[in-house]
Design a protein around this ligand. Sequence first.
Ligand code: NAD
Length: 481
Amino acid sequence: MTQYPALHMVIDGERVSGGGRRTHAVVNPATGEVIGELPLADAADLDRALDTAQRGFRVWRDSTPHQRAAVLQGAARLMLERQEDLARIATMEQGKPLSESRIEVLMNVGLFNFYAGEVFRLYGRALVRPSGMRSTVIHEPVGVVAAFSPWNFPLGNPGRKLGAPIAAGCAVIMKSAEETPASALGVLQCLYDAGLPKEVAQAVFGVPDEVSRHLLGSPIVRKLSFTGSTVIGKHLAKLAAEDMKRTTMELGGHGPVLVFDDVDVDAVLNTMVPHKYRNAGQVCVSPTRFIVEEGVFARFRDGFVERAKTIRVGNGLDDGTQMGPMANARRPEAMDRLITDAKSRGGTLHTGGERPGNLGGANAGFFYAPSVLSEVPLDAEILNEEPFGPVAIINPFAGEAAMIAEANRLPYGLAAYSWTTDAKRQQRLMREIETGMLGINTTMIGGADSPFGGVKWSGHGHEDGPEGLMACMVTKAVHEG
Ligand code: NAD
């Protein structure tokens, strides 16, 4: 039986805890029980991590592609061996069903193996020049990366934050979410056990604003990689701009789903409904705004509600659970606020909108029922703010132009989905929808080899794919006379 591990930071390879440091209580969201005490960094810890990272970068930028590939492949193998333990720890601290946590391990395995191959394809370029002159374009690792990752993918987010910089030859100081520290430490341990030098990657935790100001205030850090809300992303981008640090910003979304009259409604629902409630809707690419053509609207809405009512909500560790609790107490509060506002403006709540209690044991946990709203006015808060929870909003629209206009109405542009059998329309949607990722007749919009990122307020830059690796490199042009 997996035990929740003792918590610590890792600075210069040393497990750091105690010593009168402040702590943060880690809570199991299914039960409300405190399962760990996480030490928080003070300024001296962060300075030590910065000095170490500076040394780490000098070590790792000179590593060979073979060394980096061996570490990444070794870590991928270890994650697979430790899959069950890692998944259980992630579910204990984040709440999602075990099956979803196991998939996070596989995402990391896929990404690390992909980068292990990609390190051999970091090609430069020779320019055509008159004889006697040689010009070369080379790519070099950017330097020390400060990587801040959130709680919704406790294993997958740290995998992304560590994988690309390590493949590129950078050093990383990772601050993953204080809510889900053990999962991040588990991923990091696989890298150490696969031979990563201890200076190259470190884990700190702390008061987020203190840590980010301290690390981004240091000239040692040359890149910020952040996943989280647009509000915090804008704040951090401003801090990074003070020192012209490079940034990769994976921010919020409000995923439109365009459903046209020409589809098989049941087939779409059978795919979209589970996708909506994955991780209790706490996914940046979660489908949120269902923009449905009038002819199929009533069937789509009723079929959605019927399926949402059958979802088994419970402790993610229990067999048969299809949706776990929300990750922290802030999320059910946000759901109540957004759903109350939508109803007060005339929207209809068909199911959910409440907190089922006692699903996880002695205490109530942070559960929220799968919810469906329809005919919600466009000025409702929930149609303008990222809901980040288990609620679908289904509205009818008259025809393609109105549907595309609604998809593009918000300043977000992360993931969008569309369902139509009309090939010409598919081409138009591909061109017209303002988004970083578009699924046409599919929910599968990611993969180790595919760039993941948004446009507009959803951020800039990419993780995954060759683009994710290049985001950790700088380019130098060398001209020899
Ligand atoms: P939040 O915006 O306070 O925190 C989001 C993440 O950013 C957390 O991991 C947090 O530790 C980190 N963070 C916050 N302030 C920071 C700072 N100054 N420096 C560095 N890191 C900082 O909000 P929350 O209550 O945890 O989540 C609320 C909203 O955040 C959600 O509604 C959603 O919009 C967004 N969010 C997005 C993602 C994503 O995958 N893009 C993940 C989690 C949360």
